[in-house]
Every structure is written in C-alpha cells, then in structure tokens.
Design a protein around this ligand. Structure first.
Ligand SMILES: [Zn+2]
Ligand SMILES: [Zn+2]
Length: 635
C-alpha cells in the first residue's frame, strides 16, 4: 500500500546522489552515481489514508519507557547509581528484546532476560498485568513526575533537574520557563547566563519538536548540510556521525564533524546557512543550530571542527552508540589507558587518535562498521565483516507497483528507472483485489496484466522484467488468487494489509498460512508498523522465521523509511534462524528506489550478509529458489 507522506520527499530525493549508508573498510562512503531517469515525473495525488490499528497494548518499548522513567525519578531523588542503573539495564534489555515481552511473561521467562533479576521480573509482570508499577507510583508521591519533561531539554540531565527542583522549586517545563523569565535562576550554582540561555532555547526547540525524526527526513537534511559545509573554503573533510551514521531508523540530533583551516569562520558560516532557523550555540569549534523541516517540526544539527590528528577519536566518539562507547572505554581503562573524543592515551602519551582503525586496533579489535556499534556482540568480532550487504550488492527489486494498481509510473517507466540504476532484474508486483482502495487487480485484470508485463519485457533490453503480484492475505490466511493463477507468476509477494489485530496468534497464523503456500516467495512488511505512527502488530517472529527458513520463503526488509519492516532486531533474529531476506523499496514511484539505502542500513544493523539477501543473487539463482519451493510441494 502506498504511503502518501513520503511523496513530499520525492523531488528532493531525485536530486540527491545515491549513497550506500554503508562504508568501506577504510571508512570512506561507497558512492555510486545514479543517472537521471528518462521516465517523466508525474504529479502525485494526495496521500492515501492508512488503515487504523487497533487498541493499545503494552509493548516492549512501553515497558522500557516506564523503567527508564523510574531510573530518572530515582536519580532526581538522589538514589544510588547502582539502583538507578539496575532499572536502566532492565529498560535496555526489554527494549532490545526481539521476542514480545507478553509472550516471555506467559512462558515464565522474564527473570531469564539478561539484566532482569527476580525482583525486576515481578515489576514487569505487575506492569503487564495492571499497567502500573508500585515503585513508580510511590516515587510519584515523592518526586513530581512533570520533572521528566525537563529531561527532554538538550543537555539537561537528572542531576540538573534535581537542582532546579530542590533549590528553586521548579517542577515542570512551564515552571522552568517562568523561573527563567523572572530571572529566578540567577545565583544558582551551575546555571550561568550562558547555560540559562541554552536552556531557554532548548525549551523553545522542545516545544517545536516531538518524537525523533525519521531517518528518511533526517538523511536529506544531513546531506544538504554536509554538502554546504564541504563547499566552504578551507574545509578538507566533512563526515556524518551519530545515529545517522549508524543507520538507525530515527535520529535525535544530527552530528557533523569536519576538518578545517579556520574553525571560527566555518562555524559562523554554518550558523548562517539558509536551512538554519535558530542558532543554539556558536563557538570556535562547535556550532548548534535548529533546522525546521515541516511546520512546527525541527531537528538540531551540530557541527564540530576537529583537528586532523584527532579526527578518528572524535568520529568514533560522536558516532556512538553510548553503549558501544562505554564498553570500548572499559577496554581502554583495563589497559591503564583513557579514551575520549580527543585520543586514546596513556597519561600524556597518545596511543591512537587520527583514525578509527588505529584506535580499534590498539584495543585489539578490528574496525567495527558503525551499524554494528550497539554493544550487541560486536566486541567478539575478530575481523571486520566485509560481506555485510551494501546497496551496491543489490541486483534487482522484487516488490513494486505500477499504474495498474496504485503506482505512479508504467511498467516500462519503472523498468527504465531500475535499469538506469544498474539493476539486472525487477519484479512488478501490483496489488490484488482485496486492496480495492489501491485499485487491486482481480483475476481477470491480472491475466491481462501478465501479458502486458511479458510484452514490456520482450521490448526492453538489458533488464529482465519478472511478473508477480503483492497478493493480499485474507482474514482466514487464504490468498486473493487461486494456485492456478499464482503458478503463472514468476514471484509472489504476500502481504497482510487489512487483518492486523491485537491477537498475536491470529496474526502469526495468517502469516504462517501464507508462507506455507508453495507459490509465495516473499512475506512483505511482516509486522505492518509505520514508524512514529502505528505500532507493529504483535506477531511471533521466531515462528515466522523458522517457517520461512524451512519452506524457502524470503522475509522482507521493506526499505520505505516509514516502514523499515522487518526492523533491525527482528531481521537479525530471522537471519540467524536461517531465513532468507529480501530488501525492497516497495516503490510506487521511480524516486522510491533511492530508499534502498535505509533498508540496506537496517540489514547491516541486523548483521545480514550479502549471501543471505535473495535480491543480491543472479537471476538464475533466484529462479532456482522459486522453483525449489514449488517442486518441494509436489513431492
Ligand atoms: Zn504492501
Ligand atoms: Zn507494496
């Protein structure tokens, strides 16, 4: 189904160069030019409405949020770091869990989650059962919960919030604003005029921003800012850092690092770029600005000017993640060294600083690709995994739409755009009858459509156009087309668009039924989530991965930046269970092919290797994958 919102990005994205979010061994981005597409660009109609998702339930993210809040409240109250950290550990473990927390609880496995002991397990259980945790309720009696709002101000931690509350009675954003306006923070230790001004701007920023920015939006801004800085005289290098470089699905702030002859002048020019709506800070080596990308929606962009001799240390430090860096620092400390954004050093002696490779090497580690820097097993690596999938490995797209259903371009136009990207094959997978809202094809129209795709394939050279369909999975798990029609298709995508319920078992059974169909080759956007808009439906990823692996069915990483579904942790689990992955743009427009970078980044975060991704394979091998499943069903 088309997601109208990212149409807005289309025009701008067409102008952008195509970058894999991946990086080579040496850390330089792998660039590949995309030729302009000859296909005419048509105006798109207003976006279509998404199907609303059902009622609320406690997700892993909900549980993680509550435990983080408890940690914050404890810290504000002044409790021991030990106690605070034990709650943070639980939050992180649950947040990263691939399995649904409700399912873990049902089989009595809460206490076995890493970082979760018996007493935390009881608290999680209480939260799942009642929607409350007693310890949080008790804390709320002692510490105003509205103080948590303050923590969303950039640079404001629990300790500062505690000071504001205990010394000045500030207990909310509004109270803080009022205190600043009335000059009530003067003389408060740690709150000089500069830091008060920063807080004031922070509050303003907070009011104009909300959740984290989706990577598709952040990427565009980051690229524009990077290009602008790179074009400044005296600048010899500019790089992305932070969660954008790690390929995360959403981004808090954008971080840019550069090497430049004249730092203050670069920062000054940076704060005057046309995108800048507000300047939060401008010093000799660091500038912080706010960029507004939609009415009332903005993102903070930081630029740091770093000496060439310590660029590696800075890049490593500002790329994060926090968890990865904590572990890396521990390694340094064990050797009697220290590690910060300036260097890895032993007292006065610098051990390594200029490049990331040197720093990792000095700590007996291979260079770790940014997407893996999450403290999820990367410290056990003995060499850099060179076969993580890259955008350059993708040979074709196996999920896209044309004007036959809800796409904006014809078969030939989509094929032409794909060919110009260097793809060897594509599969046209228009919607089927249940997707009436998307002008889905009934069996009769589909037979005609098959002839049209075959005809286009006969005419176009240098690319193979396969014919397929994105077949709707019905409520009972059956498909929109019968097997006779499916057998005429080269590749079949199955999707659940309309039956995403709160019933985990029902959702799972629908997906499993589709996977068991001998003609289904790909389960698309398996959890149905829309980032920042709709939660994933509850579904048993492990069971789906196992069935996919057994039957020779691929699972999708949908690259649309609103979906990124499967998400990284789910995709990793699926691949570890032996399921093949297919990374597709679900393109409804020729410009959507650009989104492949987000799907590839997600796959890399899932530690997925080139060989595990079916659309990196030559067409012959892909056809064998399809034939094998079909013939297995006959025996
Ligand atoms: Zn779909
Ligand atoms: Zn689709």
């Amino acid at each position: 189904m088309m997601i109208g919102a990212f149409e807005r990005l289309g025009a701008a994205m067409r102008r952008l160069r195509v970058f894999a979010v991946s990086e080579s061994r040496r850390g330089a981005p792998v660039a590949r030019k995309s030729l302009p597409c000859r296909a005419p660009v048509r105006k798109s109609p207003a976006g279509r409405k998404m199907i609303a998702f059902g009622a609320r339930f406690m997700t892993n993210a909900d549980v993680a949020r509550v435990f983080n809040e408890i940690a914050d409240l404890l810290e504000i109250k002044g409790e021991s770091a030990f106690r605070v950290n034990s709650y943070r550990r639980v939050a992180r473990s649950v947040g990263e869990l691939a399995e649904d927390i409700n399912e873990v609880a049902a089989r009595g496995g809460l206490a076995a989650i890493p970082g979760v002991g018996k007493s935390s397990a009881e608290k999680i259980q209480e939260l799942l059962d009642t929607g409350r945790v007693t310890v949080r309720e008790q804390l709320a009696q002692e510490v105003p919960v509205s103080l948590l709002e303050l923590l969303r101000i950039p640079g404001m931690g629990p300790k500062k919030a505690a000071l504001l509350w205990k010394q000045r009675g500030v207990d909310s954003l509004d109270a803080l604003q009022a205190a600043i306006d009335a000059g009530g923070l003067a003389d408060l230790k740690g709150f000089g005029p500069k830091s008060i001004e920063k807080i004031r701007k922070g509050i303003e920023f907070l009011r104009s921003s909300g959740a984290r920015t989706r990577v598709g939006v952040a990427w565009e801004i980051a690229e524009r800012m990077r290009d602008a800085v790179a074009a400044m005289s005296g600048v010899t290098r500019v790089e992305h850092a932070g969660s954008l470089r790690r390929g995360c699905e959403t981004v808090g702030d954008l971080d840019l690092l550069c090497i430049a002859a004249d730092g203050p002048s670069v920062i000054e020019r940076f704060t005057k770029l046309p995108d800048v709506k507000d300047v939060l800070a401008a010093g000799d080596t660091k500038g912080s600005v706010v960029v507004e990308y939609a009415p009332g929606r903005s993102i903070q962009v930081d630029l740091r000017v770093v000496p060439a001799e310590s660029f590696g240390a800075a890049w490593q430090y500002f790329t994060g993640s926090k968890e990865h860096n904590v572990r890396l620092r521990e390694r340094a400390v064990r050797r009697g060294w220290s590690l910060n954004e300036y260097a890895l050093s032993q007292g006065e002696r610098i051990v390594a600083a200029a490049s990331e490779e040197e720093i990792y090497q000095a700590l007996d580690l291979p260079w770790i690709p940014p997407e893996l820097r999450e403290d999820r097993g990367e410290f056990e690596l003995t060499e850099t995994p060179l076969d993580l999938v890259t955008a350059g490995d993708i040979r074709g797209e196996l999920h896209m739409h044309t004007t036959a259903s809800d796409g904006k371009f014809s078969i030939e136009e989509m094929a032409c755009a794909a060919r110009e990207r260097g793809y060897e094959y594509i599969c046209i997978t228009d919607h089927t009858a249940s997707s009436a809202i998307a002008n889905g094809l009934d069996a009769e129209r589909m037979r005609e459509h098959i002839r049209a795709v075959r005809a286009a394939d006969a005419v176009l050279d240098d690319i193979t156009i396969l014919v397929g369909a994105e077949v709707d999975i019905r409520a009972d798990g059956s498909l929109d087309y019968d097997d006779d029609l499916l057998a005429q298709l080269d590749w079949v995508v199955a999707s659940n668009h309309y039956h995403m319920s709160d019933d985990r078992d029902a959702n799972t059974q629908r997906a499993l039924a589709a996977i068991r169909n001998p003609y289904v080759n790909l389960l698309a956007h398996p959890t149905g989530r829309i980032i920042n808009r709709r939660e994933a439906m509850p579904i048993d990823i492990e069971a789906i991965a196992a069935a996919a692996a057994d039957s020779g069915t691929a699972l999708e990483i949908n690259s649309n930046h609103l979906r990124l579904d499967l998400k990284d942790q789910h995709a990793r689990l699926a691949a570890e269970r032996g399921a093949c992955i297919s990374i597709n743009c679900d393109a409804h427009h020729v410009s959507h092919f650009d989104q492949i970078r987000f799907g590839v980044a997600t796959a890399r975060r899932a530690w997925i290797r080139r060989a595990q991704v079916v659309n990196t394979w030559p067409l012959k091998k892909l056809r064998r994958f399809v034939a094998k499943k079909r013939s297995a069903a006959k025996h």
